[in-house]
Design a binder for this molecule. Structure first.
Ligand SMILES: [Zn+2]
Length: 70
């Protein structure tokens, strides 16, 4: 069944392309992730990254910056 195998691999290639396009699309929409604080270099917990997407600071430094702005 050469014909079936050819069709299967063509479908596989399309699925792979779709997956790559989806991955790239998702990647573009995602805000840049800061894994560590831009100020003190401490790791930013995943919970904080989810609560404040794209924040470059840990909770402590963000607080300090808020205080300084007052
Ligand atoms: Zn920090």
């Amino acid at each position: 069944m050469v014909d079936f195998a050819d069709r299967a691999s063509a479908q596989e290639a399309r699925d792979r392309e779709d997956a790559i396009k989806r991955a790239r699309g998702t990647h573009r929409k995602t805000k840049p992730m800061h894994l560590s604080c831009a100020s003190c270099a401490d790791p930013i917990p995943e919970a904080r990254r989810e609560a404040v997407p794209g924040t470059p600071w840990c909770a402590f430094c963000a607080n300090e910056k808020e205080k300084n702005n007052d």
